[in-house]
Every structure is written in structure tokens, then in C-alpha cells.
Design a protein around this ligand. Structure first.
Ligand SMILES: CC1(C)c2ccccc2-c2ccc(C[C@@H](CC(=O)O)C(=O)C(=O)O)cc21
Ligand SMILES: [Zn+2]
Length: 329
């Protein structure tokens, strides 16, 4: 994956045991973009103006114009920012859960100061903030100047549901969002810096070992990509993914239910991304056999139903083993 003339080099990527296909890249008006989106396959969209209005969002500009509200910033003692569901972590059944990151409210100038002064080994920060009316008027103006015609035309052409949120993400070089899936369509617009994105289709569920649905790390893979435990997760070796490195002005379509691991390149600069999350559209006429993502939805429903009827999560494994082992294996 040599991209020597693209502002980064392979030495900035974290080591990973797996090999990946390249995610295709097409200019925004190439018909293959819509072919890939309609097949729920990832594609890098070049030359769109989707978040072009944000290309002036340097740290100075943001500091001057983001208003003086509090922003949501996650703190991690290492390079990983593994998402967790606060509500599920409060449940009695997850009382021994230790959140891997701390969620802070921080003023932007303080965040930017710590970003600028950060040294290897310091705690890492990741600003993740919904773009809403707390930001200053200049940012709202830029936001209104996003190419809404582009993303709205994708939303209607592919029968997506409503836009649910735009997250502004400002990450430190080397930050990693570990492998997980979301239940939304995602236009992931890279604004500043470079991010390496590793994606796996939903049918690789059995190679990526997600936490149980009721766990705070629901939807996140249990496999540590830096040091996979092949005795616990033997099928991880068989995982077949695709990857790309996206830079300023490039948009990655992350299809709903597709697993994604995202890293801000090491020894790169800070990264700025704006994502566009859309609810999935109606299923339409169901055809058989079900698609990978539909089977994931079925498995999620089975886990939810079992928790609902058994109440104690510890009762789920023995019941599933009794049902499957020796009978369906
Ligand atoms: C890790 C972090 C900051 C976080 C902590 C706690 C709760 C939620 C989240 C959250 C949600 C989305 C992202 C953006 C992106 C990954 C990336 O760009 O790093 C991604 O996964 C997507 O756009 O779907 C990042 C985060
Ligand atoms: Zn995600």
C-alpha cells in the first residue's frame, strides 16, 4: 500500500497480523460510487465538496470560532479509545466493568493547549462533539456550507433514513478507535490529517468476536488488534478485511453494520473528521438467504430476548451451550 506521494508513508501505520484488500477510490461523480453504496460496500469518494467548508478548521480557527461551551473529550491512558455504553455500565450485571476511557467536559482552548503540548507517553485525548448550536456562528456558517446536496442525494437515492448526527472528531496522532460496528450508514469526511481505516463485512461476525449485547462494549470486537489472543479468538486469523488511508477532502462510505478500526496515523498531525450518520432505510422486501447484516440483527435480538427472559446474564451461556453443543454442532 505505497502512497509515497500522498503525504504519509507505511511506517506510520500500526502493525497488524492480517493482510487487507484496498478499498476502491472513485471521483464523486463516477457511477461506481453509487453502485458500491447501493451494494452496501465501502468506497472512498474523491473530490466531493461534502465537508470542504471545514478545510479551514485549523486549531487556531477552531479556537477562535468554536464558542466557549464545554466539549466532550475522552481521555485514555493508552492509544485505544474503546467505546462503551455508559447506561449498560451502570447495570448491576456489569458492576465490575472498568471504563477504559474517562469522559471529560473541556473548554476548547484547554483541549487545544493539551493537544499542542502532548508528548509520547502522556495521556491521550479525543474530542468527540455533536455539531449543534453551541458552536460559534462562524462554525455554524461553515457547517451550513457543507455540500448538503451531495449527502442528501445519497440519502434519497439509497433510501437511507434520516440524518441522526454529525460528529466533529479531533484526535491526537496515533489515537485508535478499536474495531466495532454501528447500526447506521456513515459518510466519514476527513478534514485534516490522515486516518487509516480497516473494514470488515458484517458476515465476518464469527471472526471478530463481539462482546455480548448486554455488555457496555456492545458492538465492539473483543480482539486486541495490537496483540490478538489466538487461543481465545482462533478464527481472527481468518478475518478478511479491506483498508484505506484517507486524507483531507476524502470521504469514506462506511456501510451500516460493517466493522471498522480507525487510527490517526502515528507521527502524523492531529486529525479532524466530520461524520454523517444516517439511520438505515426500510428493509424492503426480505429475500432469502438473509444478508450478513440481517443475521447480525437476528443474533442481537436472540441475545436481547434471552436476557429479558433469563434476567441473569450468567444463565445465558449454559442455556446456549445446552441448546447448540452436540445438537447443532
Ligand atoms: C472513540 C470515540 C471518540 C468515542 C468514544 C465514546 C463514545 C463514542 C465514540 C466515538 C464515535 C465515533 C467516532 C468516530 C469514528 C472513529 C474514529 O474516527 O476514530 C467512528 O467509529 C464512526 O464514525 O463511526 C469516534 C468515537
Ligand atoms: Zn463507528
Amino acid at each position: 500500500m505505497a502512497n509515497d506521494n500522498k503525504g504519509w508513508d507505511p511506517s506510520q501505520l500500526r502493525k497488524c497480523d492480517l493482510e487487507f484488500e484496498e478499498i476502491p477510490r472513485f471521483v464523486y461523480n463516477d457511477p461506481r460510487v453509487d453502485e458500491f453504496i447501493s451494494e452496501n460496500k465501502p468506497v472512498v469518494i474523491l473530490g466531493s465538496k461534502l465537508a470542504k467548508a471545514a478545510e479551514k478548521w485549523t486549531l487556531d480557527y477552531l479556537e477562535k470560532n468554536m464558542g466557549n461551551g464545554d466539549f466532550t473529550v475522552f481521555l485514555s491512558k493508552n492509544h485505544k479509545f474503546k467505546y462503551y455504553d455508559d447506561k449498560k455500565s451502570m447495570l448491576k450485571s456489569n458492576s465490575d466493568f472498568i471504563p477504559p476511557t474517562k469522559k471529560l467536559d473541556m473548554k476548547l482552548p484547554e483541549f487545544i493547549k493539551r493537544l499542542r503540548e502532548w508528548k509520547k507517553g502522556d495521556d491521550r485525548l479525543y474530542l468527540q462533539q455533536g455539531l449543534n448550536n453551541t458552536v460559534g456562528p462562524a462554525i455554524v456558517h461553515d457547517f451550513l456550507n457543507f455540500d448538503w446536496n451531495f449527502c442528501t442525494s445519497k440519502q434519497s437515492k439509497h433510501n437511507w433514513g434520516p440524518l441522526t448526527s454529525n460528529l466533529l472528531l479531533i484526535g491526537m496522532e496515533g489515537n485508535v478507535t478499536p474495531c466495532h460496528y454501528d447500526e447506521q450508514q456513515n459518510l466519514f469526511a476527513q478534514v485534516h490529517g490522515y486516518k487509516r481505516c480497516i473494514l470488515f463485512p458484517p458476515d465476518q461476525f464469527d471472526c471478530l468476536y463481539p462482546h455480548p449485547v448486554h455488555h457496555p462494549h456492545d458492538r465492539q470486537s473483543m480482539v486486541d488488534f495490537d496483540k490478538p489472543d489466538y487461543s481465545r479468538f482462533p478464527k481472527f486469523r481468518e478475518a478478511r478485511g479491506c483498508e484505506t488511508v484517507i486524507g483531507p477532502g476524502e470521504v469514506l462510505y462506511i456501510p451500516m453494520y460493517w466493522w471498522h478500526h480507525i487510527e490517526s496515523l502515528m507521527r502524523g498531525s492531529y486529525t479532524v473528521t466530520v461524520n454523517f450518520w444516517y439511520k438505515g432505510g426500510p428493509n424492503g422486501t426480505v429475500t432469502y438467504p438473509l444478508k450478513g447484516h440481517q443475521k447480525v440483527a437476528v443474533m442481537r435480538n436472540v441475545e436481547k430476548m434471552l436476557l429479558d427472559v433469563l434476567q441473569d446474564p450468567k444463565e445465558i451461556p449454559p442455556l446456549l451451550r445446552a441448546m447448540v453443543l452436540g445438537r447443532y454442532t
